[in-house]
Design a protein around this ligand. Structure first.
Ligand SMILES: NC(=O)C1=CN([C@@H]2O[C@H](COP(=O)(O)OP(=O)(O)OC[C@H]3O[C@@H](n4cnc5c(N)ncnc54)[C@H](O)[C@@H]3O)[C@@H](O)[C@H]2O)[C@@H](O)CC1
Ligand SMILES: [K+]
Length: 549
């Protein structure tokens, strides 16, 4: 699914109205009626209840008026709380206000902080008439929010968030919770906390970024009649990364019956130092568990026995001049060992010693094959970010916000509040003209971005993943997908989705306490589930295939 920014969504609306002749008021009617259908699906029938509808100054408020009218049709009594004087509403919102007046439906103007403070009292008065409250509808601001929320708007949002006057009453947000920046998910001073959000036409990036899950609640996309042709005319760069990506795992999932290990790629991993040998093991495990044919692990020679005893399936290559950490004197050997491999990973657990930094920089600049650049390798590059553009082969960077902060010189808060922009900036800075290095900005809603390509926000994953070693596993998964023949962007995106989906399979039984190695071990079953869900892979299966047993 495409995720338009506020500006792109406005362009889509305009295109539907101007190019296809669909009146805005029709789109608004569809938005409102669709939301009421969603409410009845989620909350049950609304007959013999009342609803409080907070109406803002723009078209989001107009949607709220339509919602109230449709609830009324179904036997619910709507009470409108207008945050602007009704005479100030314009366009389609004014059309709908006129209908509310003609129907003589009750409304209260709460256009000052003092008036907002009367909302709980009015609520109790309505309640005392003997009807239960069905829902509070937040139609204050949608994608037209322009600045920090202040004054009586902020007071109204705070009143709903406190909800001490309406315990247990569900809050339904219209398009996005008021106060949320639809592009970034950032709260603009204050943001309403919804239980459900009905968003129109397409979801927006903000619904998947920052802390928006807590603000948005359960999200549903309501079809409002914007023609698909309009989507083809408006360029939308951001997309949702979901299981639709499975098709890009074709090289991994479709194996010839006669395939052998040499058909599934050979990955080189440079990882580990004293105290961080686990990072190397986890990266190799991620690679092997996602179907990699062969994995060779470069390791400082004094640590080799640990690797040999822990990793049976990977080959370890002790580097002779590196004792407990990688040294520059082994860089040429490592470059030589990369010959014949399809991809490499560098960084998990290597530390940032100056010798290791020289070793890493040499590999980073000289390796001609695609290289996943992770963890300490990113911290090493951050010491001299200007050099990042000078690389022989394609690079896939996998920073978490802290690592990207060092690379970009932004604070982690700035990155978290502007995750899409941070990923775009990194893409611009790390690429020179013609290069296609990929950025994976990790965290809730991991972003995958490549110049001239799509920008994707991941939907898989859960808070249980916030524990050591998860990133090491991801680096191995992506390296392995590269080796198996996935295109770089697809390897990055599908790898991110697969990693999160494997963790989600564990999260179904436990919330916290599962480990990175368990996530790696969950990858094969996750791949099988993804395969089973996708018809393209189940078609043409023969009765003798193991899956049919
Ligand atoms: N044809 C369309 O354009 C459609 C629009 N729809 C709805 O319309 C919404 C967008 O409508 P608008 O563009 O009117 O925008 P909004 O209704 O989101 O808000 C804009 C209004 O709020 C004011 N405002 C913005 N930030 C403020 C702040 N911080 N403090 C105080 N006032 C502030 C603006 O001056 C303007 O009056 C969508 O989110 C959606 O709910 C839907 O009805 C579908 C069709
Ligand atoms: K809203």
């Amino acid at each position: 699914m495409k995720l338009p920014t506020a500006q792109e969504m406005q362009a889509l609306d305009r295109c539907a109205i101007k190019d296809f002749g669909i009146p805005g008021v029709v789109l608004m009617e569809n938005a409102g009626s669709g939301t009421v259908r969603m409410m009845e699906r989620q909350l049950g029938p609304c007959i013999n209840t009342f609803a409080c509808i907070l109406v803002g100054p723009g078209n989001n408020g107009g949607d709220g008026l339509v919602i109230g009218r449709h609830l009324y049709q179904l036997g619910c009594r709507p009470f409108f709380f207008l945050l602007v004087h009704p005479d100030k509403l314009t366009g389609d919102a004014a059309v709908n206000m006129n209908i509310i007046k003609n129907l003589k439906l009750p409304f209260h103007v709460i256009d000052s902080e003092v008036r907002v403070s009367t909302v709980p009292v009015l609520f109790k008065q309505i309640e005392s008439q003997g009807l239960p409250c069905y829902a509070i509808v937040d139609a204050i601001f949608g994608i037209g929010l322009k600045r920090e929320v202040e004054g009586h708007f902020a007071a109204a949002i705070e009143t709903v968030n406190r909800r001490n006057f309406a315990h247990g009453v569900p809050v339904v947000a219209v398009d996005c919770p008021s106060g949320m920046d639809a592009d970034t998910g950032k709260s603009m001073g204050i943001c309403l906390k919804a239980d459900f959000t009905a968003t129109y036409g397409l979801a927006k990036p903000g619904h998947y970024l920052h802390d928006s899950r807590e603000l948005t609640g359960k999200l549903e996309v309501i079809e409002i009649g914007i023609p698909l042709e309009a989507q083809e005319r408006i360029s939308i760069s951001c997309e949702l990364l979901d299981q639709g990506l499975i098709e890009h795992l074709t090289p991994v999932l479709r194996r010839k019956h006669s395939s052998h290990k040499g058909d599934h790629g050979h990955l080189l991993i440079a990882a580990g130092s004293t105290g961080k040998t686990g990072a190397a093991i986890l990266s190799a495990r991620g690679a092997l568990r996602s179907g990699g044919g062969l994995v060779s692990l470069l390791i400082p020679h004094a640590l080799n026995s640990i690797m040999e005893s822990s990793l049976w399936e990977a080959m370890t290559i002790p580097l002779p001049k590196s004792d407990y950490m990688f040294t520059a004197a082994d860089a040429d050997t490592a470059l030589k060992l990369a010959e014949g491999k399809q991809a490499a990973v560098i960084g998990p657990g290597i530390g940032t010693d100056t010798e290791t930094a020289d070793f890493t920089r040499k590999l980073y600049h000289k390796l001609p094959i695609p290289l996943v650049v992770d963890a300490d390798a990113l911290n090493i590059l951050a010491l001299n970010p200007k050099d990042i553009q000078k690389a022989e082969g394609l690079r896939i960077f996998t920073p978490h916000p802290g690592e990207l902060s060092r690379l970009l010189g932004w604070s982690t808060t700035e990155i978290q509040e502007n995750r899409l922009e941070a990923a775009r900036q990194a893409c611009a800075r790390f690429n020179s003209s013609g290069s296609k290095h990929i950025i994976i900005l990790k965290g809730a809603g991991t972003i995958v971005c490549q110049p001239g390509r799509r920008l994707m926000i991941n939907t898989s994953g859960n808070p249980g993943m916030a524990t050591g070693g998860m990133g090491d596993v991801l680096s191995g998964i992506i390296g392995s997908l590269l080796c198996q023949g996935c295109e770089p962007f697809e390897a990055a995106a599908a790898g991110v989705y697969l990693h999160g989906a494997a963790a989600d399979s564990l999260y179904r039984n436990v919330r916290v306490g599962y480990t990175a190695s368990e996530v790696a071990d969950a990858v094969p079953a996750t791949l099988k589930t993804l395969l089973a869900r996708d018809d393209r892979f189940s078609r043409n299966r023969r009765s003798t295939d193991p899956d049919n047993e």
